[in-house]
Design a protein around this ligand. Sequence first.
Ligand code: TPP
Length: 672
Amino acid sequence: MDIKALRTAHPEHWNKAAAIRTLTLDAVAAANSGHSGMPMGMADVATVLFEKHLKFDPKAPAWPDRDRFILSAGHGSMLLYSLMYLTGYEDITLDQIKDFRQWGAKTAGHPEFGHARGIETTTGPLGQGIANSVGFAIAEEIQRATWGKKIIDHHTYVIAGDGCLMEGVSQEAIGLAGMQKLGHLCVLWDNNNITIDGTVDMADITDQPARFAASGWHVQSIDGHDPEAIDAAITAAKADPRPSMIACKTHIALGHAAQDTPKGHGALTNADQLKATKELYGAPLGDFEVAADVKAQWEAIGARGAETRAAWEERFATLSGTKQAEFNRAYAGEAPKKLSATIRALKKQVSEDQPKVATRKSSELTLQAVNPIMNETIGGSADLTGSNNTLTADMGIFNPENRKGRYIYYGVREHGMAAAMNGMALHGGARPYGGTFMCFTDYARGAMRLSALMGIPTTYVMTHDSIGLGEDGPTHQPVEHLAMMRATPNTHVFRPADTVETAESWEMALTSTSTPSVLCLSRQNLPTVRTEHKTKNLTAQGAYVLAEATGKRQAILMATGSEVEVALAARELLEAEGIGTRVVSMPCWELFEAQDESYRKRVLPAGPVRVAIEAGVRLGWDKWLMGERGNNKKAGFVGMPGFGASAPAERLFEEFGITAKDTADLVKSLIK
Ligand SMILES: Cc1ncc(C[n+]2csc(CCOP(=O)(O)OP(=O)(O)O)c2C)c(N)n1
């Protein structure tokens, strides 16, 4: 690459882009780890984007109508940190850059949402960012239609690498975005033909522009080091009603000895090579040094957004007080005041009517009450709407003809759905929920983990939560999934037993601001077990005494979801034999764990035999059976020893020994 020619063709541009490159080289060298090549390759694209197109104000990183910039190729985090430092984001100081990848620094190895204001999403697991961006763009479309262009009218820009485009989730994202004609979405592909193992063509020969075009995208191919071409392409992208992909031909580690090689992908730390690169760039040689005039130019770019933001604030102030409050409430992630009264009314009604319905149906009943009072919910399903019961009549379907619709047909794209929901939650002003069969949380897991890591309240509606789904068989019957989800930090896993607990679980999910929720719901009908109305949300405590022993308490049965019914029936059998038995319903372990010890002790006192009943694997249950004052000689588990089978549900519960009789027998054997 002729660096001299690049320098002389656009000297001002060159120097600004060179500042990104040298900061990256210095930070990676200081950390002795990180990825230098990608920021060096994409510095020109990023410079033009930030200078000429991106609507942002570093002094107001949460301004709702800012453009969103998503670094899907998260290993190139120094690209983002450099831009944030140069343009004046307060959280990313030069000291933070010097502290790249160190303990306590906001400049983590990969960009992490919540570390520094201005980082829109956590990226690093390749493909997530581009899939998040679809959710960002959907939220923008819905809000533009709802609030009008004067309040919401912004773009979502993504930098994605070869790795992002090779990941399967990118196909789900591209397909969904193309069909939905997300015209405010623009993906800038770092087309450098390099990954870690070598050149891309060792593993992939996909014609990427043709691939995007096939899904309905507007596609352009440019020289990613030519600022004029970059500017023109982004301008054209914005003008086109389709989502845009710009293939930016770049050189990884531009100007470094490792340019265009896989070595250029990683940490370039050789001091002599670093110095030679800076000399070639005509950049200052000092560590972390940026020429004062170049820093000033970058700061001017950062300062430009203040005026646009002020104008937006004036427009926002023209909304009525009620509308402003509604907008601010949704952006703060606060549930409306009416929510708790709505949930309480539903609970009261249900405790009286005592319906025998599947909890997926209970969830629908709850959503029917909630969606009309929470305009920020965005529902959907990965092609299982009728099974997940996620659509309510008031929502309307989101599509290119109806931008006010709040229900998304995601297609058979569980991972893309989950990642898009994360994008909506991150965008702000939206509360996404989406459904599939619980078994397919496997397919969504990459994004579910990031909901938890980022601390965002995405809600997963996971129906068909056990062998209780019956004839579809073991491919569809989750057994290990509860354990996997419970093993994930910062995730609330709800497995409600009836409609009352389902409504309570939804209340917890809809009021959460920093924890994702998974609602595990039955396919099969379940009786109402909460027949006595309680105003208080008992699910909020995670576990509670549902039925007390009448005589001397000799046994405690713990159960979740559909097995609470089994526990209650086992209690009847045991009580009939004079064995005092308490039933504890445990709809959410994580919330129970968060209670103080005195409450946990009241629910699970030492002494009695403890048996847990859950149509899943035992993993995790020993914490409640033997921990919390339990005793391994007096503890047992009724659940799944392995995979399920294809048969009617009732037969399966019998064959796998998840019945009242099996439970009572186990209790009696432990009492002896
Ligand atoms: C899901 C996932 N798998 C693997 C990795 C490890 N990884 C990080 S970067 C990378 C190569 C990516 O290549 P490309 O997107 O072309 O980036 P470039 O080499 O241009 O920097 C890999 C495999 C990852 N971060 N995420």
